[in-house]
Write a protein that binds this ligand. Structure first.
Ligand SMILES: [Zn+2]
Length: 441
């Protein structure tokens, strides 16, 4: 039994002072507020939040940060750079890169990552000796960085969607594809779950999975988290309408892919009927505001989606920043810019998106709150930093940033202490992993 005594902690009903959290077997055993520390308690200053869940990550996109910003272009020209990077990764390079990125996320309070993983095979689409070698690199990286992982193994079967239907894969995209949904499912089924790891499923998008393949993906995903990029760009909607005569959300609905186990990522360009469809089915939505801004995607109708019944989660997606708190601020900022109103999401709603809703979307519904029975994920943030000094604890989720995180506990284990990750200098780990990937440019 380990116990933490928190100067303040965010309990299900809000911030409280002098909170003692007792942990046994990686779970919270008891929470008591208003008492003094006991002998042997580990003291945590500031405000202790539940662990954060990054519900949408593509780890390798982190290597593009600071390398695509100045040249103009669109989502589609950015994607060319991303494909050039993907072509250079093998399991060893991916392990080093993902380990550093997951450590960067942990430094910012993330205790669980949803990795939307589609870089499966070797050059030309030739499988590695272990067809799950790239997945195993991600699994090892998360274990090394001390975070839980939901590996959202992604079906990516077509090179795009034209008016006459799915397009052929190009050379880089061949690395993403298993050929068809049955072969994809057989490969994923060979990857065992283990402590700290859930195996989920993903449909890359309606651009990359032909309509007739969707039911097989849905069948395999039953009982697992299922994620899908949805209507990130207008061009996706136009292609779907031209090819199938319906919106992407309607296509997923018809194929049986919507529901409480499903998370739609982005959900930017939606009709009112799409919003009703997503909300009515209880489909979760993952907003990635810094990526949606960086790639000029647009601002989704997130308040309307929440009001319609969609739980909202947040993701760092292409890792424009490694700061999940920035995604929460971006969610509210986008809402204000689009609506002309303030306070569209209360700080407590932002925290729920960062924590409980994110973990639930990743298949860990027992996580994300400081309450008995929950996984023991604790994130202490400083209240006296240049960013947080003077703030009321109730409003901290709307002003805090990753550098304010001092301590991170995952399943009862301390991963970050005094602002330092157990792996050491994360900036140096990132530099050593990223620079070789660009050595020939
Ligand atoms: Zn994405």
């Amino acid at each position: 039994m380990t116990s933490f005594w928190c100067e303040r902690a965010w309990l299900p009903e809000g911030p409280a002072a002098a909170v003692r959290v007792a942990i046994e077997g990686g779970r919270i055993a008891a929470v008591t507020a208003g008492g003094p520390p006991q002998p042997g308690d580990v003291r945590l200053g500031g405000l202790v939040l539940p662990g954060l869940a990054d519900a949408h990550s593509h780890a390798f996109h982190r290597a593009l940060r600071g390398r695509t910003g100045g040249a103009g272009g669109t989502f589609w020209t950015w994607r060319e750079r991303m494909y050039a990077l993907a072509a250079r990764l093998d399991p060893d390079a991916y392990l080093a890169l993902a380990r550093a990125i997951f450590a960067e996320l942990a430094l910012g309070g993330v205790t669980c990552v949803g990795e939307f993983h589609y870089l499966h095979h070797g050059p030309g689409g030739v499988p590695y000796a272990d067809p799950n070698a790239m997945s195993e690199a991600l699994v090892q990286a998360a274990a090394d960085a001390g975070v839980r992982l939901t590996l959202l193994d992604t079906a990516y079967l077509a090179g795009g969607l034209g008016p006459d239907g799915p397009a052929d894969l190009d050379d880089v995209q061949r690395r993403f594809s298993d050929g068809d949904a049955d072969a994809w499912a057989a490969r994923v089924a060979a990857l065992p779950e283990r402590p700290g790891l859930r195996i989920g499923a993903a449909v890359h998008s309606v651009r990359a999975v032909p309509r007739e393949q969707l039911p097989a993906v849905a069948a395999f995903a039953a009982g697992r988290p299922l994620h899908v990029h949805l209507s990130e760009q207008r061009a996706e909607n136009e292609a779907c309408l031209a090819a199938y005569g319906c919106t992407p959300a309607a296509l997923l609905d018809a194929a049986g892919l919507l529901g409480p186990g499903t998370t739609a990522v982005h959900a930017v360009h939606l009709t009112a009927a799409d919003v009703a469809r997503l909300g009515g089915s209880g489909t979760a939505v993952c907003a990635c505001p810094t990526t949606e801004a960086d790639l000029a995607d647009g601002i989704g109708p997130f308040r309307e989606l929440a009001d319609a019944g969609c739980p909202l989660a947040l993701g760092t997606d292409q890792h424009v920043t490694g700061d999940l708190f920035a995604e929460a601020r971006g969610l509210e900022a986008g809402e204000r810019l689009r609506s002309g109103e303030r306070g569209r999401f209360a700080p407590a709603e932002l925290l729920a998106a960062l924590t409980e809703a994110g973990h639930a979307a990743l298949g860990w519904p027992e996580t994300g709150r400081l309450a008995p029975g929950a996984r023991a994920d604790l994130v202490a943030v400083a209240l006296g930093s240049p960013r947080t000094a003077g703030a009321r604890p109730e409003e901290v989720p709307a002003v805090v940033s990753a550098p304010d995180v001092t301590t991170v506990v995952v399943d009862g284990r301390v991963v970050v202490a005094e602002g330092r990750h157990a792996l050491g200098d994360v900036g140096e780990l990132l530099r050593r992993a990223i620079e070789p990937l660009w050595a020939e440019e």
